[in-house]
Each structure stands twice: as C-alpha cells, then as structure tokens.
Design a protein around this ligand. Structure first.
Ligand SMILES: C[S@@+](CC[C@H](N)C(=O)[O-])C[C@H]1O[C@@H](n2cnc3c(N)ncnc32)[C@H](O)[C@@H]1O
Length: 295
C-alpha cells in the first residue's frame, strides 16, 4: 500500500467511526495524516492534498509500519484515545512536545500569541516568565524559545505532569534557563515575573461529565475547576499582583468561561484577545490595572 492510499483508507475509517476531533486536528483526513506521518517520521509540510500532484503516491509503506499504524488506528477508534496519546507527540506553536495521559493535549490559542512574541502586550522582552498550570510545559517552553534571554518557571501541582514538562525541557535543550516547579498555584513560588501566562483548569465538573469520550482520557485535574469553572482563574487573578513585576503582564485563558467572568465582573479592565487561527477566552491585564481595579 502506498502512503496516500493508507491515509485515504484511514480517513474513511475514522469518518465512519464518528470520532470526536479537538485534540490537535478537526477532521478525519488530518487525523489520518497525523497518525501516518508521525509513525513514519515525515514532516507535515509534505502533506498530500486531493487533486495535487501526489508524489507521495509512489512511497510504499512497509508491512511492519502498516501493522503499527493499523493497530494505533484501532485503539483510536475502540478506546477513543486522543491521537496525541497514541503517538506520544503533540504539536504546539510549531514545536513537537512529548505527551501522554499525565498531561492535557496542548491546544491553547495562546500558541498564536507566543509566535507573535506577545505583540502588542509587552513593552520589552521579559526577563522572568512564569507558565502557571504548565501541564506538558508547552506554553512556557515555546515562550522561552521566542525570548532567548528569559528565565522561565513551569509550575504545576501535579508531579506527574511535571515529569512530562521536565522531559520536554530536556528535549528542547532548555535545562539552563527553564525549570519545572511543583506548586499549588503561587504557593511554592518566589519573586516576581515580567510575564505570567496560564492556561489553568476552567471547566465545571458538570460540563466535563458531558464532554465527548476523548476528553475523559485527559487528567481531571487539568480540566475541572469549582465555581462553574471560575475558582482557579479567580484565585490566579487575585494573587497575581504579588508575583508580577512593576510593568508585569498577566495572560490568562478561561476558554468559554469568559462569558460568565465578564458577566460577574463587568468592571474588571481586561483586554480580550482575538486569534486568527480560532479560539477564544484569553485575556491580558497588567499588574497596574489589576491593582487599581475595583471588582
Ligand atoms: C488546562 S491544563 C493546561 C496544561 C498546559 N498549560 C496546556 O496549555 O496544555 C491545566 C494544568 O493545571 C494543573 N493544575 C490544576 N490545579 C492546579 C493548581 N492548584 N496549581 C497548579 N497547577 C494546577 C493541572 O495539573 C494541569 O496540568
């Protein structure tokens, strides 16, 4: 079987199986490409499109690789496991990250902000950055790579998640300036940061219960927050000023809980960010604005 036939066959199979997409891809074709290309170690830029001059048609897949791909595809369908957990790799801000069930599959729209070096939010490149609720470390590590002089702390309450983050720090060659710290929100942290960026849990337990099966393979600790999802984001907002430097900035994702937050605290002077590649519920607020705000 050639590579194109394999992708077509898998895409049809995924389509039939009525999978849920939302962990890196949003359709059966891309999911099949994700699987086949990752197993074969092919760069995603080589993706064949229907109607193209399909050079990959001539590339044969070995019997062993085909068996491996088919076995993973069956697990994807039967167990409804996100593909990232099966191939142990997720892409974020154009970078590969090791992932498994100890961490959420990276998908935050903050990736787009990182690639634009947080334009136009920061007055200058930050010296100290905190990625709070770091999971795989994707946000902090990608931020470290766009700010080559920054010292970056990756904080999470979960020792399991931090083991994955540490593996990614090493994979990206950043052990000299990125460290993984166990901390219940800010409790284990010292000093101030020029930038605090966080994609914390912000989904209510009821909503999580109603999510498609794929989400139930992710750590509950990474998703659920009390008070209709707002408990952890509000704790971060209240405590951030003490951990921000004079001109420091907080970037916080609250996803679709943004409506509730905006309704409850209409006077909180946050700047909601727009993303070209989709996603919502991320805002920025400076230390100064947070301190002066009455909310
Ligand atoms: C939504 S996941 C985000 C992971 C990563 N930032 C990303 O964007 O893929 C939230 C993370 O917050 C961590 N977490 C939950 N409660 C926490 C707390 N009280 N203090 C620190 N981290 C916490 C979870 O372990 C999980 O790794």
């Amino acid at each position: 079987m050639n590579l194109l036939q394999c992708v077509q066959k898998l895409a049809a199979r995924f389509e039939q199986a009525d999978l849920f997409y939302g962990h890196g891809t949003d359709n059966a074709w891309d999911e099949a490409i994700y699987l086949v290309f990752t197993v074969l170690g092919i760069a995603f830029e080589q993706e064949p499109q229907e109607g193209d001059d399909l050079t990959l048609e001539t590339q044969e897949i070995s019997e062993a690789d085909l068996k491996h791909i088919q076995a993973l595809a069956e697990q994807r369908i039967k167990l409804r496991l996100p593909m990232a957990y099966l191939v142990k790799q997720a892409w974020f801000a154009g970078l590969p990250f090791f992932v498994d069930e100890r961490v959420l599959v990276p998908r935050s729209p903050i990736a787009e902000l990182i690639l634009s070096q947080y334009e136009p939010l920061l007055e200058s490149a930050p010296n100290r950055v905190l990625d709070l609720c770091t999971g795989s470390g994707c946000i902090g590590i990608a931020t470290a790579l766009v700010f080559p002089s920054a010292q970056v702390d990756l904080a999470d309450i979960s020792v399991d998640a931090l083991a994955v983050a540490q593996r990614n720090i090493e994979q990206h060659g950043l052990t000299d300036r990125v460290r993984a710290i166990q901390s219940d929100l800010f409790s284990g942290l010292l000093g101030t940061y020029d930038l605090i960026v966080s994609n914390p849990p912000y989904v209510s337990a009821d909503e999580v219960a109603g999510l498609p099966a794929e989400y139930h393979h992710e750590p509950v600790l990474g998703l659920v927050s009390d008070d209709d999802g707002l408990a952890i984001p509000l704790q971060i907002l209240r405590n951030a000023p003490a951990f921000l430097s004079e001109h420091g900035m907080l970037v916080l994702e609250v996803g679709y809980s943004w409506e509730l937050l905006a309704r409850r605290y209409p006077d909180l002077p946050v700047l909601w960010l727009d993303f070209d590649s989709g996603g919502e519920g991320v805002f920025a607020i400076s230390r100064d604005a947070l301190i002066r705000a009455v909310w």
